[in-house]
Design a protein around this ligand. Sequence first.
Ligand code: NAD
Ligand code: MG
Ligand code: MG
Ligand code: MG
Ligand code: MG
Ligand code: MG
Length: 332
Amino acid sequence: MANIYYDTDANLAHLEGKTVAVIGYGSQGHAHALNAKESGVRVVVGLRRGSASWAEAEGAGLEVMEVADAARAGDLVMILLPDEVQAQVYREQVAPHLEEGDALLFAHGFNIHFGQIRPPEHVDVFMVAPKGPGHLVRRTFTEGGGVPCLVAIHQDATGTAKARALAYAKAIGGTRGGVLETTFQEETETDLFGEQAVLCGGVTELMRSGFETLVAAGYQPEVAYFECVHEMKLIVDLIYEGGFERMRHSISNTAEYGDYVTGPRLVTDETRAEMKRVLRDIQTGKFARDFLLENQVGQPTLNAGRRATASSQVAEVGARLRKMMPFIGRKG
Ligand code: NAD
Ligand code: MG
Ligand code: MG
Ligand code: MG
Ligand code: MG
Ligand code: MG
């Protein structure tokens, strides 16, 4: 069983008199900065001069400065930049300003686990990773709740790393939901595996294959899209709310019977063997090396993937059908 911490296990006093520098103001950055500020913590935001987010963060009442200045001002420095730019920004603009007893924080373990960032021994290094996108971290906090987080300690120079990690998690609302203890290795490897094999790679390839199978058999693309892509949300929402059991209770017995007999025909021993190889590539660092090289050569695989997606039939049909449903994405 995992160690789980709640509000009463965390003490904001560990942040008293300290400045938290949030580097980056994207999905996670805006949520961490605003939540921590409203929890009474002194927050500064570090951005590139000329960044579009600069005015936005200032408009939200935050103190904004260039990354190096924020790193200098911060006693705790939370890196909320895209994973592929973190190492360079860290080297050039953060590392020179890490003083003895400072803390370096992450929301994902990639750069520490794969050795792209090697902090000095005199700072704490830990992770506070919300298990949800930034807008949810922000919205739940304003509603009095919080998205559960993972915490992990990579380096405890001060002897207070865990107390400070829990305090930070409390400041962003995480301990209201519950904070699970993990390691940089576990968080990094499971996060990469989940998004590749299941959440992103697995799901989109399954949807597209189903869509293309129906279209190739002569069914109308619009109908195929509804059945194999669009309706996924309804199923996922049921699983999100109540697990497989709620979903299977809610669907027809016909659908439930088909679920039991057909699912295992598609995800076979061969698929599971491939999943193990995918995990192996993550564990050995092969995936990390490929992704880092990808970014050094101008992201050819990302560009090709985006081009192929944009010109695909499934994208064209989806765009047309969403026009019939202007209610999608509208709040309330
Ligand atoms: P994002 O892309 O939404 O935001 C990145 C921010 O960094 C932006 O403000 C951008 O302007 C800024 N930026 C980019 N390059 C920069 C540079 N060279 N110098 C200064 N600023 C620069 O990123 P995100 O999704 O919030 O991810 C941040 C971290 O949080 C990552 O480690 C990610 O793995 C982790 N994380 C993300 C989520 C999520 O749902 N988005 C969930 C948990 C953890
Ligand atoms: Mg400092
Ligand atoms: Mg993840
Ligand atoms: Mg991820
Ligand atoms: Mg149906
Ligand atoms: Mg049923």
